[in-house]
Every structure is written in structure tokens, then in C-alpha cells.
Design a protein around this ligand. Structure first.
Ligand code: NAD
Length: 476
């Protein structure tokens, strides 16, 4: 049993009624347990954040930056433990667990720099009208609730924690019940650095704990990453209190491959876009649109590439793809395999769960999927790729945009003018040209349409935790 809640600068036992099992998905077996936080403990965490707010928001920008640099350094010092825990609890291959850790470190380093620049952003505003001066103050929003999912726990939490702390907010973080251990590092680091008590609080639990936090009257803002169904509940809670909310939700993103591409290179990008993290990415490019001229050759090589992917237990084997992270996700993906069979889809690779212990499925490719198929329209969150062919650029754009989601897209073509034109026409928050899943802390993250509200990363991520105040003075 793990003591896992960090409230007002102290580690406490959970007093809720849910017992959370922490599983190794490669074995399909639990390796730790913890009790969820009670609703009263969520109250205590929010109260601690409220108490800590006045002092924290008054700290100098350079002091806050020093804490953020401390987080980056301390993450680095826990490197092997954090990589191993992500491999064990998420089923991530080692190189992916390393990338996640480096992303979290870079995020804290970047927001340390933005924190240092904060005083410069508070500047005079030139007025056309005579007789007045005005100045801007960027103030922290206040006490913020942060609710995150399980697929990139270390990263998603860093993307929220670092800008929130940089802005001068105090926070209550609720990790996913599927991966509740890795983010404990943030509490341990807060201890090590002597971060003032209550600035960062962590409560673990399932839906009940999340709902207690998202509906709490003591918050000034909520930032949520997760599914659309829970996102809409979170938004309802926020609307009941007229409170701002940032939502990072699902995706069903397109990868558009024109026939001037090098086929082998395109196959590499396509495979990465659907197999990293076993396809459990909001940004998985799970709808392949391939131009007629290379469609047959590309699908053939793609089939071979997916069938040859090394799938296995990241802790004991050299693997390119691990298991799905939870049994619930494994059952969900398996249900889409059943739907594909009912719909009579043409399966070129995979389409089944692996016959071994743990929550493994084969990398899967369905070809010439009809537009009205559920598999073409819905987020599956697994290594399941659906392909369609197109003839013209206009057709590719129209099909890519024909989705209720709008998170990301990838465009593969040797014609860079066309690439830029298509990128401009795609209704998404981020487009990659001739690359895949390349996320930099300086660029924004977030979606259009059903993929969410607001942006993380870059200066936009910081703005999400700031409130703009103007002070206007009459000179007369
Ligand atoms: P989820 O919505 O089930 O859970 C997300 C978090 O919300 C968890 O911490 C969970 O405990 C909590 N929660 C559950 N019920 C709640 C409630 N009623 N009120 C408040 N909180 C509640 O999502 P998941 O299965 O953990 O993650 C997968 C989803 O996340 C996918 O849809 C994926 O696309 C999305 N996602 C989006 C992004 C992005 O940046 N857009 C990134 C990662 C994941």
C-alpha cells in the first residue's frame, strides 16, 4: 500500500473508499495499491492551495524560476527510476519513456525562462487619448485544479504544472487512477526543494475524486486533459460556477500522403504515428489518406512494417511497441476489432488481441474503410490504422477535415508549396510537414472543434494561467 497524497506539504494516506490497483500491463497483474483521497481530503488540498496563494503569487519571478529549474534538475536526478516506472506501469518502450522524461524536463526549464521574463511583460500601454496613462499587470488566475489522463502522465502534468507555477498560481493535481505513481515525483521534488507548503498538492483517485475537484467552489480555474465524455462533465461543473476551463480532449487525426513521397520514408512516419505509446495518443494519426498513385505499393509495405513491429514487454525484451496500458483500454480496442469484423472491413494486418499474458494487441491496418464506418470516425486509442485513398489535393483536405475532432495532422509530400497550402487548409491545432509527433515546448498544443478549448505549451500555455489587469491613471 502506497502513501500517495501530498496535501499542504505532507504525505498522507488516502481516506476515500476506492482502493486503486496499480498494474503492470505487460503481465496484466497489480504491483501496488493505494487508497483514493476522500472528498474531505480534496477540500483540504484546495484549502491548502488557497492559503498558499498570497505568498506564492508575491514571490519574485526569479525565485519562482529557480524553483522551476529545481524541478527540471530533480527530474533528471530521478531519471532511471522514472523511466523504469513508466515502462512498468504504462508499458512504454524504454526510448519512449526517456523521451517523456526529457519532455518534462524541457517544459520546466522553458517555463523557468518565461517566469523570468514576466516583469518585462508588465509594461505601459500607449494611449491615443491625452491625459491618461495605462499599464498592464499579468496576474495569476489563482487556485487551479489540474486533472490528467494516463497516457503521458509525466508530460501532461508537466505541461500544466510548470506554466501554472510560473504564473504564480497554486495547484491541486489529480493524476489518473491508472498511473498514480509517477507524478508522486513532483511531490517528492517539492519536498526536496522546500517549495512552500500548499503551492503544489496531489490527490489521487478515480472519477469521484476528479468530480470533487472539478466541481469544487474553491477553484479559480480548471485545466483538464482526457476524454470528451468526462471533458463535457468537467465543463458543466465549470459553467455552473462561470469558471474558466481549459480542455485537451480526443482526436482522430489524419496523415495525408501524396504520391510524390518516398514510400519507405512515408511508411516510417505512418507507423510511428500509430504505434508510439501503442497508439494511445490523443494525437495518433489514425486516419491515413493516401494518393491513388502510390496507394497499392504503400499499403503493401505498411502491412509488412506493422507485421514486423517487435511487440512485447518493455522490461524484459527489446521492443518497439508495448502493451495497452489498462485492461479497460484493451477491452475497448478489442471491441473495435469485433465492430470491424461486423462491418466487413478489409484487414491487412493485425485485428486481434495477442495470445499471451498482458494487454497486448497487434498493430492493425484496415484498408479502404468506408467513410461511415465507426472505425473511421471514432477515437479508438490503440494501434489501429484506417486507410482511404484520394485522387486530388481538394479531396484530401475535405476528407481530412470531415471529422468532429481537430487536434493535429501530418502532411507528407516532396512539394513544399503544396505542403504549406494543405497545412493552412487543415482544421486542426497543429500540423506536421514531413515529420510526425514532433512536439516542441515553444509551440502550442491543443485542438479545434471537439478536440478542446485553449492551448498549452509556449507562451499560450502560460497565458492560460494568467489574468490581464490594466491600471489606468488620470494625469489631470
Ligand atoms: P478520462 O477522461 O477517462 O480520464 C481523465 C482524468 O479524468 C482521469 O484523471 C480521471 O480519473 C478523471 N475523471 C474521470 N471521471 C471524472 C469526472 N466525472 N470528473 C472529473 N474527473 C474525472 O480519460 P483517459 O481515459 O484517462 O485518457 C484518454 C483520453 O484522453 C483520450 O480521449 C485522449 O484523446 C485524451 N487525451 C487528450 C490529450 C490532448 O492533449 N488533447 C492528451 C492526452 C490524452
Amino acid at each position: 500500500m502506497t502513501t500517495s497524497h501530498y496535501i499542504a506539504g505532507r504525505w498522507v494516506e488516502g481516506q476515500g473508499s476506492d482502493c486503486i490497483s496499480v498494474n503492470d500491463p505487460a503481465l496484466g497483474q497489480p504491483f501496488a495499491e493505494l487508497m483514493a483521497a476522500s472528498v474531505e481530503q480534496v477540500d483540504q488540498a484546495v484549502a491548502a492551495a488557497r492559503t498558499a496563494l498570497p505568498a506564492w503569487k508575491s514571490t519574485g519571478a526569479s525565485e519562482r524560476a529557480a524553483y522551476l529549474r529545481g524541478f527540471a534538475e530533480q527530474l533528471g536526478q530521478r531519471r532511471e527510476a522514472l523511466i523504469t516506472l513508466q515502462m512498468r506501469n504504462n508499458g512504454k518502450p524504454r526510448h519512449e519513456a526517456e523521451i517523456d522524461l526529457d519532455d518534462a524536463i524541457a517544459t520546466f526549464g522553458y517555463y523557468a525562462e518565461l517566469a523570468e521574463q514576466l516583469p518585462v511583460k508588465n509594461r505601459d500601454v500607449p494611449l491615443a487619448a491625452p491625459g491618461f496613462t495605462a499599464r498592464t499587470r499579468l496576474e495569476p488566475v489563482g487556485v487551479v485544479g489540474l486533472i490528467v489522463p494516463w497516457n503521458f502522465p509525466l508530460v501532461t502534468s508537466a505541461w500544466k504544472l510548470a506554466p501554472a507555477l510560473a504564473a504564480g498560481c497554486t495547484v491541486v493535481l489529480k493524476p489518473s487512477e491508472v498511473t498514480p505513481l509517477v507524478e508522486q515525483a513532483y511531490g517528492q521534488i517539492a519536498d526536496t526543494l522546500g517549495l512552500p507548503a500548499g503551492v503544489l498538492n496531489i490527490v489521487n483517485g478515480k472519477a469521484e475524486t476528479g468530480a470533487a475537484l472539478s466541481s469544487h467552489h474553491g477553484l479559480d480555474k480548471l485545466s483538464f486533459t482526457g476524454s470528451n465524455s468526462v471533458g463535457s462533465q468537467v465543463m458543466r461543473s465549470a459553467s455552473a460556477q462561470c469558471r474558466p476551463v481549459t480542455l485537451e480532449l480526443g482526436g482522430k487525426s489524419a496523415i495525408v500522403v501524396f504520391d510524390d513521397c518516398d514510400v519507405d520514408q512515408a511508411v516510417e512516419w505512418i507507423v510511428a504515428g500509430i504505434s508510439w505509446n501503442a497508439g494511445q495518443m490523443c494525437s495518433a494519426t489514425s486516419r491515413l489518406l493516401v494518393q491513388d498513385g502510390i496507394a497499392d505499393a504503400l499499403l503493401q509495405r505498411l502491412q509488412a512494417a506493422l507485421e514486423n513491429l517487435r511487440v512485447g514487454n518493455p522490461l524484459t525484451e527489446e521492443v518497439e511497441m508495448g502493451p495497452l496500458t489498462s485492461q479497460a483500454q484493451w477491452l475497448k480496442v478489442a471491441s473495435y476489432f469485433a465492430t470491424a469484423r461486423e462491418e466487413g472491413l478489409q484487414c491487412l494486418a493485425g485485428g486481434k488481441a495477442l495470445d499471451r499474458d498482458g494487454w497486448f494487441v497487434s498493430p492493425t491496418l484496415y484498408a479502404d474503410v468506408p467513410k461511415d464506418s465507426r472505425l473511421w470516425a471514432e477515437e479508438i486509442f490503440g494501434p489501429v490504422l484506417c486507410a482511404r485513398r484520394f485522387a486530388t489535393e481538394q479531396q484530401a483536405i475535405a476528407e481530412a477535415n470531415d471529422s468532429r475532432f481537430g487536434l493535429v495532422a501530418t502532411v507528407c509530400t516532396a512539394d513544399l508549396e503544396r505542403a504549406e497550402r494543405v497545412a493552412d487548409a487543415l482544421e486542426v491545432g497543429h500540423v506536421w510537414i514531413n515529420s510526425v509527433q514532433a512536439v516542441f515546448v515553444e509551440t502550442s498544443w491543443g485542438g479545434t472543434k471537439g478536440s478542446g478549448i485553449g492551448r498549452e505549451l509556449g507562451p499560450w500555455g502560460l497565458s492560460g494561467y494568467q489574468s490581464v489587469k490594466h491600471v489606468t491613471r488620470c494625469l489631470g
